[in-house]
Write a protein that binds this ligand. Structure first.
Ligand code: FMN
Length: 134
């Protein structure tokens, strides 16, 4: 984020300006906003790794993983996408050894069993969509 300079307002046409790029924590988001004066901050890779980033969590909370599993099962997903997202979300949680184990899980039941055995995460299926995180 070095090299960014505050841009004096008002922004072109009064349209809101949003900044992004390498935001991986709430602190970085707040610093970027302060330094640039933009109206909002986006994150792509940061939110893939930690969907609760903007709530101030440093790593993905287990409740967030549980909710993701519930929504994924409720809306429907593929094994590949389910596995891929969890690899991102659990990157800062899993040890290297666990990543090796997790990496070769090849079915949704095997992934769910891993979440239960390793973290006590048991998703509740059939819940209403859109329940906010506590
Ligand atoms: C999974 C993923 C999908 C993306 N898809 C698009 C896209 O469709 N169009 C686009 O302009 N940028 C896309 N981007 C780029 C992001 O919008 C963003 O500019 C870039 O990742 C840098 O922000 P970040 O450091 O927060 O990841 C994508 C990024 C990721 C990680």
């Amino acid at each position: 984020m070095q090299g960014l300079v505050p841009v004096p307002g008002p922004w072109a046409g009064g349209a809101p300006v949003v900044a992004n790029g390498s935001v991986f924590s709430l602190k970085e988001a707040e610093e970027l906003r302060e330094r640039t004066g933009v109206d909002g901050i986006m994150s792509a890779r940061g939110l893939l790794r930690n969907p609760a980033l903007f709530a101030g969590h440093e790593v993905t909370p287990l409740e967030c993983i549980k909710r993701y599993a519930e929504l994924a099962m409720s809306y429907g997903t593929t094994t590949f996408i389910f596995h891929h997202h969890l690899m991102f979300m659990m990157e800062g949680i899993m040890s290297s050894a666990e990543k090796c184990t997790f990496n070769v899980l090849s079915s949704i039941p095997a992934i769910l069993e891993h979440l239960e055995q390793g973290y006590g995460i048991v998703p509740s299926f059939g819940e209403q969509h859109g329940r906010p995180l506590p």
